[in-house]
Design a protein around this ligand. Structure first.
Ligand SMILES: Nc1ncnc2c1ncn2[C@@H]1O[C@H](COP(=O)(O)OP(=O)(O)OP(=O)(O)O)[C@@H](O)[C@H]1O
Length: 247
């Protein structure tokens, strides 16, 4: 579905992505893991066409993403920090986005209602707490029932109950055979949903393996234990010490 071939991205002297190759397909939930600044968001933005790689090719259903922006309507994107017009209210924002999309598709408003955004329609975007802003981003990412979901630290800033609501929703969408790409530093959030793990470090792909392969390689069941194992047997401790590994 999404193919990435020999992607490089440099910001001045910094090599943010270093020869990344990968293929992501329907039914996969790919957890993109790596320390701060390892290139996760840059990779996501390259897929979305928000960052232009220096070379290489990214295709969506075999069409280069640079050729036609229409593929983006198949992707629900939850950015790390959602930026919205400050002078708008929540209700106006949702109306505007629905009008812009103007689709006959049945909308998926489950998160919109579960996060009770319908009770906050008059709240100004300027005045939103970080968590409420995150709820707006989540509700928008799922709204048009996209085939692909790209979620950049989706649970960051959410309270525990809201975080559970979102994780349950991700599981439901996984069952619908969607492609989901997700980054998080909280491995427990990824535990139940991950089918494949891509580990980035300094813009390089350290490994990209299925959970089954990783489980066989490490003899561990859980993602947190797998990463801990990889840490002891290959990756240096400092490289993964930022992760919240369950003990
Ligand atoms: N627009 C930009 N201009 C210059 N440097 C950038 C830009 N965007 C990203 N970078 C740099 O590229 C590197 C990779 O950043 P990126 O945001 O992809 O990391 P990340 O893995 O998503 O990190 P985090 O876990 O902190 O979200 C970082 O060193 C960052 O400072």
């Amino acid at each position: 579905m999404i193919a990435i071939q020999n992607i490089n991205k440099r910001f001045k002297k910094l090599q943010a992505l270093d020869n990344i190759n990968a293929e992501f397909n329907k039914g996969q939930v790919i957890s993109l893991i790596g320390p701060n600044g390892s290139g996760k968001t840059t990779l996501i933005k390259s897929i979305l066409g928000l960052v232009r790689p220096d070379n290489g090719l990214i295709t969506f259903n075999s069409v280069p993403v640079t050729e036609d922006v229409a593929y983006r309507s198949n992707i629900g994107y939850m950015p790390q920090i959602g930026r919205y017009p400050d002078n708008m209210k929540i209700g106006q924002l949702f109306s505007m986005i629905k009008n812009l999309r103007n689709t006959a598709k049945v909308l998926d408003e489950e998160l919109y209602f579960k996060f009770k955004l319908d009770t906050l329609l008059d709240k100004s975007m300027r005045a939103l707490s970080g968590g409420t802003r995150q709820k707006v981003s989540a509700a928008l990412a799922f709204l048009f029932d996209p085939e692909v979901l790209i979620l950049d630290e989706p649970t960051a800033g959410l309270d525990p109950l809201s975080s559970e609501i979102l994780k349950e929703k991700i599981l439901v969408e996984k069952e619908k055979n969607k492609l989901i790409l997700i980054t998080s530093h909280v491995l427990t959030d990824l535990e139940e949903i991950t089918t494949d793990v891509m580990y980035l470090q300094d813009g390089k792909e350290i490994f990209f393996k299925s959970m089954a392969e990783l489980q066989e390689q490490t003899g561990e069941e859980k993602l947190s234990k797998i990463i801990a194992h990889m840490m002891k047997n290959g990756l240096h401790k400092k490289e993964v010490s930022y992760l919240k590994i369950a003990t």
